[in-house]
Design a protein around this ligand. Structure first.
Ligand SMILES: Nc1ncnc2c1ncn2[C@@H]1O[C@H](COP(=O)(O)OP(=O)(O)OP(=O)(O)O)[C@@H](O)[C@H]1O
Length: 462
């Protein structure tokens, strides 16, 4: 989209002030981004969103979505978060951004083919018995083609978008500057926007090498196997000999997206069981495996015909070392079970989130104000947006910045919240027997940690 095609930001209701847009645009131009003109509307909208004024009309949402798509992978990822968080960004935006989950405009077919040949040394038709040049899905980093092996097995071939590494570098420069602006807000400061962008940049190299993704898929699956949820999840089988830095060949999964409520119900799956399994596998991989999926948007969470969750796209993951896991276990017990908010304040301090020494004394009382009302509610009906606002106020008072991994877990909980509202709106997670049992187990481990014994279920080392 050219700038002339873009509607003027001033003319649209619900968009941020002209000065905010100009301010952000100045940064995009300084960073030398090729699409800086087209970025004005998108970044203006982001500024509006951060100020709590999301575009409310569908035509504005449509323009912003098109601009995000045009601007490339980083903005597509941001758009995927918007699509999956109607509670934060509103239904109009979430619905419009839906296509960014897996229906982004495909890249030039000749260039895609060139990537494949550079990686595997032959044309796709020479490698596979059948290869479909029209992708079945196309998202931020890659597009996905179906193929059949000579043995007859159906596979998908994930091919990296051509030239993506070159497009990401200027995006990061813009995001770094934008993060500086975002940190002027309470929310942005608490979420350590600059650290999030730094980590994002650090992680890009790894995400762009699909061999890392293949290894992480196996590691994630293995880390859940010792626990009770290992047989409720799946990852596609990877074909190592047909996988390189920019091509990932794996088993083709025939399954339903978790947010396709009608299809999930028609297949006879239990919405409560699916949400419970997703939540518990997230908690168990984080608490015990030390490795959790960091991008649970609906394009990446499928339900197979057995009712198992099939997780795709391990490009973004979070990791907790053994010490952090111990502190988190203690934090859960202090907050949810004992409601000992002073101890919770100390745990948050230990996580490195609080930078203002001496602030922990008041911390317990402040945490109580945020956490106490939660014990009377449940996860499905709780508003994470309200919770976020209350947390931001406390964080401001204590100069707290959440570690990147906690921000990432929080983002996954927003996704889980969305699926709960769709599939199990009346389910009370807090009084669910299995979740209660799981939490009781965490409590016992925290007690063992406290006595200095290493819990048997700690499956990874720090
Ligand atoms: N093994 C598979 N079987 C069937 N479909 C798949 C498989 N892997 C990926 N897909 C489809 O391709 C889409 C994009 O794949 P993937 O999420 O791995 O790409 P990406 O570019 O890394 O995406 P993202 O923007 O989420 O990071 C998925 O949402 C899914 O629809």
């Amino acid at each position: 989209m050219t700038n002339q095609e873009s509607p003027s930001a001033q003319a649209r209701p619900g968009l941020p002030s002209v000065s905010a847009v100009t301010e952000v645009t100045r940064f995009t131009t300084t960073a030398g981004h090729a699409a800086a003109g087209a970025g004005r509307l998108a970044l203006g909208a982001v500024t509006g969103l951060l100020r709590g004024r999301p575009p409310g009309t569908s035509d504005v949402a449509h323009e912003v979505r098109r601009t995000f798509e045009h601007l490339g992978p980083t903005y597509v990822k941001l758009g995927q978060l918007i699509a999956s968080s109607p509670g934060v960004f509103g239904n109009t935006m979430a619905d419009e951004f839906e296509t960014l989950l897996d229906r982004v405009r495909p890249a030039d077919p000749a260039l895609v083919r060139q990537v494949f040949v550079e990686e595997l040394g032959a044309e796709p038709e020479a490698v596979f018995a059948q290869f479909d040049p029209v992708p079945i899905a196309s998202a931020s980093i890659a597009q996905v083609h179906t193929a059949t092996l000579a043995s007859g097995e159906e596979v998908v071939v994930k091919i990296q978008r051509p030239g993506i590494a070159d497009r990401l570098a200027p995006d990061v420069a813009i995001l770094e500057r934008l993060a500086g602006l975002v940190e002027m807000s309470e929310y942005g400061r608490m979420l350590s926007a600059r650290h999030v962008v730094e980590d994002f940049a650090d992680g890009l190299g790894s995400e762009l090498d699909f061999r890392n993704e293949a290894a992480t898929m196996a590691e994630w699956f293995e880390c859940l196997q010792p626990g009770p949820f290992g047989d409720r999840v799946r990852v596609p089988r990877v074909y190592g000999e047909l996988t390189t830095a920019r091509v990932l060949t794996m088993e083709r999964i025939h399954a339903t997206r978790i947010d396709d409520v009608r299809a999930v119900r028609a297949a006879g799956h239990d919405g409560v069981a699916l949400c419970r399994n997703l939540l518990l596998s997230l908690l168990d991989s984080a608490f015990h495996g030390g490795l959790f999926h960091g991008d649970l948007h609906a394009g990446n969470v499928l339900v197979d015909d057995q009712g198992k969750l099939v997780m795709l796209d391990f490009g973004i993951v979070g990791r907790f070392d053994a010490r952090t896991r111990r502190i988190l276990r203690q934090l859960v017990v202090d907050l949810i079970v004992k409601q000992d908010y002073d101890a919770a304040g100390r745990a948050i301090f230990l996580l490195g989130a609080v930078h203002n020494p001496g602030s922990t004394a008041q911390g317990g009382a402040d945490i109580e104000k945020v956490a106490a009302p939660l014990s009377a509610t449940d996860m499905a009906s709780m508003s994470y947006t309200d919770l976020g606002r209350r947390l931001a106020a406390v964080a401001k008072a204590h100069d707290a910045r959440l570690p990147r991994e906690l921000v990432l877990v929080g983002k996954q909980l927003l996704y889980v919240e969305k699926y709960m509202k769709l599939l199990a709106p009346r389910w009370k997670a807090i009084s669910d027997r299995e979740i209660y049992g799981y939490m009781a187990g965490i409590m016992k481990e925290a007690e063992r940690d406290r006595r200095g014994r290493r819990p048997a279920s700690d499956t990874t080392k720090s």
